[in-house]
Design a protein around this ligand. Sequence first.
Ligand SMILES: Nc1nc2c(ncn2[C@@H]2O[C@H](COP(=O)(O)OP(=O)(O)OP(=O)(O)O)[C@@H](O)[C@H]2O)c(=O)[nH]1
Ligand SMILES: [Mg+2]
Length: 459
Amino acid sequence: MVEFLGNFEEIDESIKTNLIRVHDELSRVLSLPKKIIVNLSFVSESEIRKLNKTTRNIDKVTDVLTYPYVNLKVGEKLKLKDYSLEIDPYNKMLTIGDIYICVNRAKEQAKEYNHSLNREICFLFCHGLLHICGYDHLVEADAQIMEQMQDKILQNLNIGRETYKCGFVTIVGATNAGKSTLINTLVGEHVAIVSPKTQTTRENIKGIYNDKTTQIVFVDTPGYHKRRTLVDDEMEKQIADALDDTEIVLMLIDANKSLVDEYNKLIKKISPKAIKILLINKIDEVKYEKIYPQLAEISQQAQVNEILPISALKGKNCDVLLEMIKKYLPEYTHEMRYYPVEDYTDKTIREMSAEIIREKALLCLDDEIPHGIQVVITAYEENRTPIEIHADVYCEKENHKAIILGHGGEMIKKISTMARLSIEKLVQNKVNLKLFVKVKPNWRNDIKAIENFGLKLGS
Ligand SMILES: Nc1nc2c(ncn2[C@@H]2O[C@H](COP(=O)(O)OP(=O)(O)OP(=O)(O)O)[C@@H](O)[C@H]2O)c(=O)[nH]1
Ligand SMILES: [Mg+2]
């Protein structure tokens, strides 16, 4: 049993309950006899300094001090009969040692390691009890054994060390496979624009998933497609950049396509070392009978860690995917985040507004025009209501400009209204949006123009 001594006003009942659980679990694991007592005292900094000075000749405040009354080696069973003279004749109990815990020190350490005082005190008590039972950490090999035992006991009681997962996950696939839809579903925000047209995403976009113990930085990349312009070349460089620096790769394949062919094209681009999760997307559109034989064929040859059918649009299996990703992410014993917990993207509101305008243009316009469209925000006054936003919408030909403007300016009005409503949702404020359509012939092969348009391609 645990005999609580000294001043423990600051120690609430739940901590005491856990300390008794630690004692009982440790006794079970080490097969200690039932009739033992351990004295536990909570002391101030000056008291523990004094104890250190008088008993160890060290002038220091430490977190825990232990004084064993028994002489045990690791693995040796404690037998009451070996200590018959020390057994209390009244209650027949053997006191095995004293443990002193410095509460203030425990508080500081709890803060430092970002866990509760409850968990820190249980850890110190478990550590002290193991010392009494012969465990030590003076040499590396012993320290490892002691640490393993500590982790085991605390984990059995669910008061183990909190672990944190954090890392980069890059989504790649052919254009239109649904990469941007997937990042939006996983992050729960509209970070990347989506359209039924190909080559919608031009630059890598980060979407950040956060929960209490995890941060996943998803990177949405431009889709693989035939290269025709300088912009296309630069888009492939962006994908390569993202792949260079990632823990996990999500390989996305549209279930409507030939899975084996798509897989073979994709796997060549990815380093053999990366963790790979193959995702068959849009399963809401395809019958399982159609994809099963192909999946069977792929799984025989696939050099991937996991295969999962999903629907990014409907969210099907996206929760399974998140858990799968967490399994493979690097683990930390301290809180680890690359971005502040409230961030969900690396893009500014201004950049997102430009993308929203492009998204609506892609949705409204015919296939031939979209790839040549670029949007540049020229004015963004956010300190007034409504927020004033001006943007130039560039295209490559005069006849495209006429189509974008539409009959009597109807098309640009439609794009502008749709974009305004989306931006208002994003900024949670009224917006006055003015769009100006301009022509810049062949800009996708003009490096200067690409730079002036603010595309961070190739950087
Ligand atoms: N039915 C269905 N449609 C989907 C699904 N995921 C994406 N889509 C649609 O597929 C189209 C392309 O989606 P995007 O997310 O823009 O595709 P992407 O891979 O980012 O395309 P790029 O940026 O051009 O490389 C859009 O019309 C989406 O609505 C899905 O799970 N089911
Ligand atoms: Mg995209």
